[in-house]
Design a protein around this ligand. Structure first.
Ligand code: 5AD
Ligand code: SF4
Ligand code: FES
Length: 363
């Protein structure tokens, strides 16, 4: 019999212990979630912060084998949200005290794209008098581009490593210079150098993934000393090359359960970081985000993309909130947060305490 209590009381967890926790049964995992919830309360408070999510565009230059908006999927309508509509959405978030927005899109690297984002950041800063926190999720860019966006006022950046295992990365992506593991890793380092609060994350339950890869992912995030994390279960999309491996996957509820355990273990190890209850959690379980909050997550990203575009930003199938308008998500989500026993950090930036502590110890 494994003594989980003993593991959960330890100050530091080694590889074997992380593996034991990730392999816990449904019954045993209750202790894990309870412990993660206690750590969350102690280090980041039982508050959930909202980041209004704008899905700026589903154009993407890349061809990740799992993603519904990959370049070679011609079975969807491509869109770009106009500056005016982005500003309208951001205004909604600002006026409703969200305090932060995330600008996300497919990956494009071009001077025109850089310029448009720079201009958008400047307009958002001006409109909100610099009050709203800006998080970017716009993929791999050069160090100079990251610096430009940081200097204009964006504070955080999300770039998932997707998997920290090089061999697995190569199985999930085409093998060319556009999808290079080392380049992605370098981008994470560049973001750090440019002064961003850096978030990364992985997908859970992708084809060919084994438990050991997930243990590596936790260790990767710890050793990289990330400030934020967003993880979610892999959800197959029929218009992607990986769909043909759907038969070899864990059932979706197991991918979901494994993601909950990943969140809890990460919370216990990296006590003061921000962890998102991702939309993919909600897509795989009706109470997905509530459960993620209980297991240690403290960030939710309500969709504020104008309703007309929502149906087209489909990285995976069964994505929630595609029929809603921003107001609907606002009403729905506060009730959900309360249900999970948290309160909403209205009007607070909710920077990761980890980032502040890291800055203090660097100085
Ligand atoms: N299932 C779950 N998550 C996905 N993503 C892309 N495709 C899928 C999928 N089929 C995630 C990736 C990416 C993020 C924006 O969405 O992790 O970084
Ligand atoms: Fe593009 Fe991101 Fe999808 Fe890859 S995961 S195809 S980079 S949107
Ligand atoms: Fe969008 Fe519930 S969060 S409708």
């Amino acid at each position: 019999m494994i003594n989980y209590n003993e593991i959960l009381e330890k100050d530091e967890l080694g590889r074997d212990e992380i593996r034991e926790l990730l392999a816990m049964s449904f019954e045993d995992a209750k202790q894990l979630f309870k412990k993660a919830n206690e750590v969350k309360e102690k280090y980041v408070d039982k508050k959930t912060y909202f980041r209004g999510l704008v899905e700026l565009s589903n154009y993407c230059a890349k061809n990740c084998l799992y993603c519904g908006i990959r370049k070679d999927n011609h079975d969807l309508v491509r869109y770009i949200v106009s500056d005016e509509d982005v500003l309208k959405s951001v205004r909604f978030a600002w006026e409703n005290n969200y305090a932060s927005v995330v600008i996300q899109s497919g990956e494009l690297q071009s001077p025109a794209f850089t310029k448009r984002i720079s201009s958008l950041i400047a307009q958002i800063m001006e409109m909100t008098k610099g009050e709203i926190g800006i998080t970017l999720s716009l993929g791999e860019q050069t160090l100079d581009v990251y610096k430009e966006w940081r200097e204009l006022g964006a504070r955080r950046y999300l770039l998932r490593i997707e998997t920290s295992n090089r061999q697995l990365y190569a199985k999930l992506h085409p093998n060319d210079e556009l999808h290079d593991y080392d380049r992605r890793l370098q981008a994470l380092r560049d973001l750090r150098e440019a002064g961003f609060q850096v978030g990364t994350g992985v997908m859970i339950g992708v084809p060919f993934q084994i438990l050991e890869h997930l243990v590596d992912d936790i260790i990767f995030m710890r050793d990289f000393d990330i400030d934020m994390c967003g993880m979610g279960p892999y959800i197959e999309h029929r218009s992607t090359p990986l769909f043909k491996f759907s038969g070899s996957l864990l059932p979706l509820e197991e991918r979901f359960f494994l993601t909950l355990k990943m969140i809890a273990v990460l919370r216990i190890i990296m006590k003061d970081i921000n962890i998102a209850a991702s939309t993919a959690m909600q897509a795989s379980d009706k109470l997905g985000r509530e459960k993620a909050l209980y297991a240690g997550a403290n960030i939710i990203m309500p969709n504020i993309t104008p309703g007309v575009y929502r149906d087209f930003y489909k990285l995976y199938e069964n994505k929630p909130c595609t029929d809603e308008q921003a107001e609907d998500c606002l009403n729905c989500i506060e009730a959900r947060v309360t249900l999970a026993g948290d309160s909403v950090g209205w009007g607070e930036h909710g920077d990761s305490p980890h980032f502040k502590n890291r800055m203090n110890s660097d100085n």
